[in-house]
Write a protein of this length. Structure first.
Length: 384
């Protein structure tokens, strides 16, 4: 783009979405900051939901040719991958004034194909499997992914997201009308779910959240609780049973039963934010809202190695081992350590840590601003 002066009014940022809420929040957060910074219009389009063999052939095999594809070849890939209507829906949008932006591997393939077919620019958030970041004009990758330096790559601390602090107060007011708080100490409890690395089951919920309930009741704090789409039914049932008769509970919103996203409103209303360690997105959102986030550790899958790694992390944090001992830690733990060093996170492994955390009148910190920083980097190079 060097040497091209693009008119602000002509700029368009097209968010290419795979329908996964966490991915959309990351892409939307960066896109909206691009709009705020340079006046670009923003639109969102959804990619086809390929499954089974078709998904494998299109996204794992044929997509490998996209980095070197000519515009006609990229268009042919779109047609073969169910994206013909997607391409047609864009009309005459294209050229260097248009930026296609995606998060997640599935959306990334369509994003690159559309950019190649339309003669536009492409940007990806996170590192997509198969394609990697090299074919894209701009890549925004969190440091915990271990990205290799490049002039096309911007490294963030945590995940960029859609949290926009000026909007939080209005969202909080709406939440307070529906679920009025009773206390000046308000706890937003954001819970993830089990995956290949973490286990957040009914037994974990009863063991780790009973102290949260007890401390909230002792302090007279309000609890606003929500889950993710990965939270299983057994965990949902355990949460309902655990908080059923708690005088501290003001709201329990289960993502499996309600499509609403209460997180911005909860973060706008709360004085404290607690998140489980399986979700970098939730933790990043809370840190962006300006919280010193309380971290609840999920159970790790895989036996003795994760347990040893967690122990090493605690010993380093306590000063008993040098930072070099962290080299073998899971990538999320390195992210947590970075947040802790900037004063944006505290590990609530011990019950007395939880007591100290909740006893304070509030837990606030210097907000993260990764979506804005990433957007500014993209805009500078897109318009340069």
């Amino acid at each position: 783009m060097t040497g091209q002066d693009l008119s602000d009014s002509a700029l368009r940022c097209v968010v290419v979405s795979d329908g996964i809420r966490g991915h959309l929040h990351q892409a939307r957060g960066v896109a909206l900051w691009i709009s705020r910074l340079c006046g670009a219009s923003v639109m969102e389009i959804g990619v086809p939901g390929l499954k089974g063999l078709g998904r494998f052939l299109c996204l794992k095999m044929a997509a490998r040719r996209l980095p070197s594809a000519r515009p006609d070849e990229a268009h042919a890939w779109l047609v073969a991958s169910g994206g013909a209507e997607l391409f047609a829906s864009l009309g005459d949008a294209g050229g260097p004034e248009t930026l296609f932006l995606a998060a997640g591997s599935s959306a990334a393939s369509y994003c690159l194909a559309l950019a190649r077919a339309k003669g536009s620019r492409s940007a990806v958030i996170m590192t997509p499997s198969v394609l990697g970041t090299a074919p894209f004009d701009f890549a925004v990758v969190p440091a915990h992914d271990g990205p290799i330096g490049s002039d096309r790559l911007f490294v963030t601390l945590g995940a960029p997201n859609h949290i926009y602090r000026p909007d939080l107060e209005e969202a909080a007011s709406a939440l307070a009308r529906s679920f009025p708080p009773r206390s000046k100490r308000i706890v937003a409890l954001l819970l993830g779910g089990s995956d290949g690395n973490y286990r957040i089951d009914a037994a974990w919920a009863r063991e780790r959240l009973a102290p949260v309930r007890a401390q909230a009741e002792r302090l007279g704090a309000d609890l606003y609780v929500t889950t993710s789409r990965r939270t299983g039914k057994g965990t949902d049932d355990a949460l309902e049973a655990l908080f059923a008769d708690s005088p501290s509970l003001r709201m329990l919103l289960l993502a499996s039963r309600d499509e609403a996203n209460p997180v911005p409103a909860m973060l706008g209303l709360a004085t404290h934010a607690i998140c489980t360690d399986d979700s970098v997105s939730m933790i990043s959102e809370a840190a962006t809202a300006g919280f010193r986030v309380g971290l609840l550790r999920a159970r790790r899958r895989g036996g003795v190695v994760p347990t040893l790694q967690e122990g090493v992390g605690r010993l380093v944090s306590s000063g008993f081992l040098p930072p070099s001992a962290l080299s073998g830690l899971p990538r999320f733990d390195r992210f947590f350590r970075s947040l802790s060093e900037r004063g944006s996170l505290v590990d609530l492994t011990a019950e007395d840590d939880l007591e100290t955390f909740l006893a304070s009148s509030s837990q606030k910190a210097e907000p993260l601003d990764e979506a804005r920083r990433a957007a500014a980097w993209i805009v500078e190079r897109w318009r340069g």
